[in-house]
Design a protein around this ligand. Structure first.
Ligand SMILES: C[S@@+](CC[C@H](N)C(=O)[O-])C[C@H]1O[C@@H](n2cnc3c(N)ncnc32)[C@H](O)[C@@H]1O
Length: 230
């Protein structure tokens, strides 16, 4: 899976505003989960990896003490910087999550979050990025929250509804490469996103370790929560 560069304006119009009630509820639910479940939010530095143009960061800024948005894409980063310029508790970093620990240094009490199935587009860098997240979260006695799509809905919801509506962002489905058994969505222009079984999410939890683990699952999405606080 190669890196896919998004256009922030088209992304906001075609993804954030997808007219699907389940998707809209999902976007609210992942933020609500963070607000209700992170420990001592007003003492936390929330680090959003793959922050895009700032959809999540704007909301996370009202939850945490500080927020750091990390974004790799050039145009997404420029839009992110612009969109948070009036938020005085937000810092943005233009860089690759595979180098997270050197990008953010030591962060006391971090809550590292991956929203909107960003975990599905890391491809071969997935484990490297998860281990970088673990390193930063463990050292700062913080937590990790990963919000991801459930692969059992890729066939009936993901491909025909969500990715169809977001076609201007991701490209046209490639039925030769999309693989429902493995939870892989692929397009003719080379975009690839992995959707997950609950067992695969448990596998991520094993890799991350930590003291407390929650995995909230419904047919469409799942939220994994790991804590390293003592
Ligand atoms: C699915 S979008 C989600 C955007 C945003 N989190 C949201 O929920 O609206 C994933 C974002 O992750 C960024 N990204 C992909 N790989 C990355 C990496 N290795 N490091 C940092 N950002 C990355 C992409 O450029 C994109 O903006």
């Amino acid at each position: 899976m190669g890196y896919h560069a998004y256009d922030p304006k088209i992304y906001q119009k075609k993804v954030e505003r997808i007219d699907d009630p389940i998707f809209q509820n999902y976007q609210k639910e992942e933020i609500r989960y963070i607000r209700r479940n992170i420990e001592n939010p007003k003492q936390k530095t929330v680090i959003e990896i793959g922050a895009g143009y700032g959809r999540g960061v704007k909301r996370l800024a009202r939850i945490g003490k500080e927020v750091i948005g990390v974004e790799l894409g050039d145009r997404m980063y420029d839009a992110l910087k612009e969109n948070v310029r009036n938020l005085n508790n937000v810092t943005v970093i233009h860089g690759d999550a595979a180098k997270l620990s050197s990008l953010v240094g030591n962060v006391e009490s971090p809550a590292i979050v991956l929203l909107q199935n960003t975990v599905g587009i890391f491809g071969k860098d997935l484990n490297k990025i998860l281990l970088e997240m673990k390193k930063v979260a463990e050292e700062g006695r913080g937590e990790i929250i990963i919000s991801a799509f459930n692969s059992c809905s890729l066939r009936a919801w993901g491909v025909p509804i969500i990715y169809k509506k977001a076609q201007d962002v991701v490209g046209e489905n490639d039925p030769e490469k999309t693989d429902y058994e493995r939870g892989i969505f692929a397009t003719k222009s080379g975009y690839v996103s992995k959707w997950w079984t609950p067992d695969e999410m448990r596998g991520m939890a094993e890799l991350l370790g930590g003291k407390r683990r929650e995995l909230c699952v419904n047919n469409y999405y799942q939220i994994l929560h790991v804590s390293y606080s003592s």
